[in-house]
Design a protein around this ligand. Sequence first.
Ligand code: PLP
Length: 425
Amino acid sequence: MVNQAERVLSGPALWSAQAHMPSVLGRQIVIERAQGSYLYTANGQRLFDGTAGLWHANVGHSHPELAQAAFLQMQTLETYHIFGRYLNDKAVQLGEVLADISPIADPKVILNSGGSDAIDVACKLARRHWQAEGRTSKTLILSRDFAYHGLHAFGTSIAGLQFNRDGYGTESLVPETARISTHDIAAVEATIAEIGADKIAALVAEPVQGTGGVNPPAPGYLEGLQRLCRENDILLIADEVITGFGRTGDMFATERYKLEPDLITFAKGVTSGYAPLGGVLVSPCIWERFYRSGDDTPIFRHGATYAGHATACAVALRHLELLEEEKLLPRVKELEIVLTDGLRQLERLPGVADTRVAGLLGGISLAEDISAERVTDALVDEGFVTRPLRGNTIQISPPFITTDDELRDLLGAIEIALSNQDGKL
Ligand code: PLP
């Protein structure tokens, strides 16, 4: 018997993310290579990637065109920063392409390294906006119950999953945040009235909540948020880190749900994870003040060495072409039908409490006596990666290149795993 101390010492030095370390040590799954929708582990197992990693590998893994784009760019210019007068050509080009496809008209584009970064920027910029407007009491950021916006300081502070906020000694790591109801617009209205709109800078919302359990918006909910933001001078930030670049079948979920946000955060799907890149689309009502000529024009004091990283931008540019060339957005719409049908079948099982779908995002909530964690573990043994989410939910979000049969096989494997687990919590 290997005791826990030996297990720790013999385990990797690498500290896993979001893991209860004693539970994962000795059972970690090391991915060595991947092709398309399949992963290959260090111990020789082939796994279907039913979650596209962390909802990011949209075009599938190890695409040669993207490897080539990175290789060519690194031989030309690995990167150059974009502080002050300096820019690099690939960041400029990506800005133009993103502005062209942005649901926000005439946006400016801020680039950084991922989703948590993008959230930090959007929240800082929202607060900076109201300070510059002279409405200095507008500092608070609202977010939804069950929301996930990454785990940097702002993401931690606006998390709607309480366990991500706990343990830092104050109610909120960054002060001045509050939660709103995820489904009930009347309750949101009451919260805004209670706090006072004169204190609220922005409201952040994932159009479809991901980590919170794959929760598409209740009918009228997002429209209600939009209205309340307009009526109360609250900036609306759509967090499209998961939904951006096709996950719901439109380029942005903002389009699917006809939202008009002031800021859109994006990451994952801009490169399908081939390079760490994220950013924010910013509407003119915010950026204009920072572009007006004048000595007293404010500076937005934000930036990082890798903001607009040239290699990441070159990969993003080729990646956005691939989405078009491989017709992946219409494909998501086709797969949504297959997923919807499959989930409807699963709903008949006694082990399934509820299913939800929006584009190629699916959630299966299990009955109380079956553990999503155990089912997802059992599925790995059968060759399928899924993930347990809040609400005893199983995440389904394979790459856009998945075939109908592969998606049906995944759902079939879930059905078998559920019948094997019946009553075993
Ligand atoms: N926002 C949403 C909606 C997310 O799902 C995530 C990550 O899953 C983030 C932000 C944070 O992104 P990242 O992990 O790239 O920092």
